[in-house]
Design a protein around this ligand. Structure first.
Ligand code: RIB
Length: 294
């Protein structure tokens, strides 16, 4: 039972500092690290680490970063054979500042911008041979809706993590099986309104993540469930949202009920913050279960 991710693959250039600089301010950082990232690749690694059978679809440049990122995914047990290597366009990068238990990220798409309709057409069969497909917003948005249409037409479930924030047409929102914005992304999708009002728009399918406050969902029976965050010894929150998305998607693929899937994903995300780097702290399945049993 394969889970596919169609998304971004980035090299994260991460600096740590005492805090995140203010606009116009210069701060002394501690060190610079090059770490595998990209919301798509992170979500794929999160699922593979939890034991899922995962294939990653996306593009990298023909450069050392692209090679290292593919190797990193292979080592995580992810199928990478349909990742396209693009000549003349660099691998995507993210400039990340980590400080005071938070981060700021600037992404330069590079080869992620080449994840276009023609690429999707060339790998269509492999995508459709999936139990579920997980998408984010770090590839061209027209490709995102193209994949949603394709999967919908063939009865393949889709989880859309609409990050970074961007508007999505109602037609596309209606076609996805699960939608996982944070509060900011939800406001871009639905306009400023109370959380509960947003959740009631898509019972059983819309979950809204709330950072250190956890995540909420409206079940199909109309009950609103707020899952509080587990207390973590936070080192780096980068990739916590990706861990939540990966863990949630894997549980849904395993036919786990949505509330239980969210509780599992919430704990996985919190565990991921206890180590450095987007993928560094992503937990194995047993570690999540152990925490849930506490
Ligand atoms: O969600 C975290 C990720 O966002 C980072 O790994 C970075 O690459 C950006 O895509």
């Amino acid at each position: 039972m394969k889970i596919s991710v169609v998304g971004s693959i980035n090299m994260d250039m991460t600096v740590t500092a005492e805090r995140i600089p203010l606009k116009g301010e210069t701060l002394k950082g501690e060190n610079l690290r090059y770490i595998p990232g990209g919301k798509g690749a992170n979500q794929a690694v999160a699922m593979a680490r939890l034991g899922a059978d995962v294939e990653m679809f996306g593009c990298v440049g023909n450069d050392s970063a692209g090679k290292a990122l593919i190797q990193n995914m292979k080592e995580a047990g992810i199928e990478t054979s349909h990742i396209k290597v693009i000549e003349g366009t660099p691998t995507g990068i993210a400039m990340i500042t980590v400080g005071e238990n938070d981060n700021t990220i600037v992404v330069v798409a590079g080869a992620n911008g080449c994840v276009d309709k023609a690429y999707i057409d060339s790998i269509k069969e492999a995508i459709l041979d999936s139990e579920i497909v997980l998408l984010q917003h770090e590839i061209p948005l027209e490709t995102v809706s193209y994949v949603v249409d394709l999967c919908h037409a063939h009865g393949v479930k889709v989880v859309l993590n609409p990050a970074p924030a961007a508007p999505v047409s109602k037609e596309t929102l209606d076609k996805v099986s699960y939608l996982t914005p944070n509060e900011h992304e939800a406001a871009i999708l639905f306009g400023e309104k109370p959380l509960e009002e947003m959740l009631r728009l898509y019972p059983g399918k819309l979950l809204i993540t709330q950072g250190s406050r956890g995540a909420s969902i409206c079940l199909e029976n109309g009950q609103i469930v707020q899952v509080p965050a587990r207390k973590a010894e936070v080192v780096d929150t980068t990739g916590a949202g990706d861990t939540l998305n990966g863990a949630f998607t894997m549980q849904i693929a395993n036919k786990v009920p949505v509330e239980e899937a969210l509780r599992f994903a919430n704990v996985a995300a919190s565990l991921s913050t206890e180590k450095f780097g987007a993928q560094g702290g992503m937990p194995e399945y047993e570690a999540v279960i152990k925490e849930l049993e506490k």
